[in-house]
Write a protein that binds this ligand. Structure first.
Ligand code: HEC
Length: 261
């Protein structure tokens, strides 16, 4: 899985580079009146690597679960990738018959690959344009006024009406992994509370029961995430806060019985 992810990330750079280089060289050769025969191997390699990138990407996407905004970004990334594979294959074929058509298709391919790469980057690194200020930092027990800025990942869910019934655990798990686990796992049991295993999450920490299935009102987890962000007990203390829709997602999941799989 990790290997496949690396492979896709590696392979995907070939069509990007090849198509952009092909466009640049074609423009240069046209200007200088040079023959364009060099385009054939370049476009052939571009098409093969684009197909390989789509194949590894499809397997990778199948093994991961994406919801809400990320799911939309994934489908853009996928469709632009497939479009690039088709267009660059046509360009490679056209290069043997009509070079003008091949060059035009290469330009289209360079555009789809560029746009596709943008969405790929968003999936991997989060949306750089989406910067939020996180909960205020605690310094020696008091709240400092200097809020830390950090780059946020796209929310698991943006709107309350997008929450499916029943709430899939995978969505809640995604929120926990993104915003909570780094402080509440076997390594860092802050507040003696672990959220990485069902029985420990139900048990809770030094202050009470973490999750009471069927009752968000008695669950510390829900209480902490639904506090105002400047409250001393607000969770997460650092990192990406939950959106209002994500808080509601966690609440509904608990009310529905906090099914853990
Ligand atoms: C940067 C570290 C950090 C992150 C991230 C974090 N917490 Fe905490 N959490 C703490 C610390 C420190 C405590 C203990 C102090 C306290 O109770 O406020 C704590 C305590 C808790 C407690 C109370 C446990 C008890 O019984 O004492 C709950 C429940 C909790 N966190 C839930 C969450 C949830 C849910 C998230 C994710 C939305 C989260 N935390 C993210 C640091 C973190």
């Amino acid at each position: 899985m990790i290997l496949l992810g690396r492979l896709h990330a590696l392979v995907v750079h070939f069509p990007i580079a090849l198509l952009l280089v092909a466009v640049a060289l074609a423009v240069w050769a046209r200007k200088k009146g040079q023959p364009l025969a060099f385009m054939r191997p370049l476009l052939g390699l571009g098409a093969i690597s684009a197909i390989a990138a789509v194949a590894t990407g499809l397997i990778l996407a199948d093994e991961q679960t994406f919801f809400g905004v990320t799911a939309r970004q994934l489908s853009w990334h996928r469709n632009l990738g497939i479009a690039t594979a088709i267009v660059s294959s046509l360009a490679a074929l056209a290069a043997f018959r009509r070079m003008g058509v091949a060059v035009a298709l290469t330009v289209v391919g360079a555009l789809t690959v560029g746009a596709g790469a943008h969405f790929g980057g968003v999936l991997v690194h989060g949306d750089d344009h989406f910067v939020v200020s996180t909960a205020p930092k605690r310094v020696g027990g008091s709240v400092s006024s200097r809020a830390t800025k950090q780059v946020a990942r796209p929310p698991v869910i943006a709107e309350v009406d997008e929450i499916p019934t029943p709430v899939p655990f995978a969505m809640v798990d995604h929120v926990f992994k993104r915003s909570c686990i780094r402080c509440h796992d076997a390594r860092k049991r802050k507040g003696e509370f672990r959220l990485d295993r069902q029985e420990l999450a139900l048990k809770g920490g030094s202050e009470g029961i973490g999750i009471v299935p069927g009752n968000r009102g008695r669950s510390l987890v829900f209480e902490r995430v639904s506090l105002p962000q400047d409250h001393d007990d607000y969770m997460p203390t650092k990192g990406q806060p939950l959106t209002a829709a994500e808080v509601e997602l966690v609440g509904r999941w608990i009310d529905e019985g906090a099914v853990w799989n």
